[in-house]
Design a protein around this ligand. Structure first.
Ligand code: COA
Length: 250
């Protein structure tokens, strides 16, 4: 891979966006390599941790879609939904996706972070959608994911005015789960992944699928997913372990 650095683990894959010279801007090659990562995780479900390569000690998640590429794109490119398709595929990955955001997450970089299930930030994280300043709109998730994450009034302010959120502001509006010193950020993401790994993986996968179902599908999808889990060996084992815990200690 030319634009990503991968760290493979048995239960997780850590992917670093790696184009530090252009602040990890997302170009066609990175899009295609991220699709490769998705195919791998769809075949072999693991947690995905997304992070960005440090740029000269400043930390950056991603400065957005590559503006050099964007300037050349025309109507038919936009209609392909290049970034929106990728980010939706990432959002639909079987196991949870965690974005570890250090420094700027702007434009498409922010929208990639919005597509994650959980975001953690460093103290120097900055979220923003400056698309309208470039004469385009944020079309890869901000108009629906950001809206759901922070609510309509703030999403509109961010999208209409280019307002950026600091890490503390992002924490206050629950856009991020927690804020850490830059050197502790990946460990914080790993600690969340560790906690997810203590759960039953099928229960986590089905919960993620059911959470993404439209409101009209509830509670039917919940009942069906639960029915699958009620038949699993893991459920019997985990519940028996709980019920027998006092026998083991006595
Ligand atoms: N696309 C293409 N190149 C980008 C880029 C992007 N989204 N973001 C940064 N770069 C490039 C710059 O052009 C510059 O290249 P150069 O060294 O050839 O001049 C290099 O990355 C460093 O950028 P610089 O602005 O000097 O770094 P910085 O650390 O001072 O600021 C940002 C970082 C992210 C705040 C700033 O680069 C920025 O505002 N980027 C654009 C953000 C944006 O509008 N994104 C929305 C795209 S839809």
């Amino acid at each position: 891979m030319n634009t990503l650095l991968l760290r493979e683990g048995a239960d997780r894959l850590t992917v670093e966006l790696h184009r530090p010279d252009v602040r990890n801007a997302i170009d066609d090659e990175m899009v295609s390599e991220l699709h490769g990562v998705c195919s791998q995780l769809e075949r072999d479900p693991r947690i995905l941790i997304l992070t960005g390569a440090d740029a000269g000690g400043k930390g950056v998640f991603a400065g957005g879609a590559d503006i050099r590429t964007l300037r050349e794109r025309r109507r038919d490119d936009a209609l392909q939904g290049i970034n929106s398709t990728l980010f939706s595929r990432i959002a639909r990955l079987p196991m949870p996706v965690i974005a570890a955001v250090d420094g700027y997450a702007l434009g498409g970089g922010a929208e990639l972070a919005y597509a994650a299930d959980i975001r953690v930030a460093s103290t120097r994280a900055v979220f923003g959608n400056p698309e309208s300043a470039l004469g385009i709109m944020a079309a890869a998730g901000a108009t629906w994911r950001l809206l759901e994450l922070v609510g309509e009034p703030l999403a509109k302010e961010i999208l209409f005015t280019g307002r950026r959120l600091t890490a503390d502001e992002a924490l206050r509006v629950n856009l991020v789960a927690s804020v850490h010193e830059p050197e502790d950020l990946l460990a914080a993401a790993d600690a969340i992944a560790d906690r997810i790994c203590e759960q039953d993986p099928l229960a986590v996968r089905l919960t993620k699928r059911v959470l993404a179902a439209p409101r009209s599908a509830h509670p039917l999808v919940d009942d069906l997913a639960q029915a699958i889990l009620f038949e699993s060996e893991a459920k019997t084992e985990r519940m028996t372990r709980f019920l027998d815990r006092s026998k083991e200690t006595s």
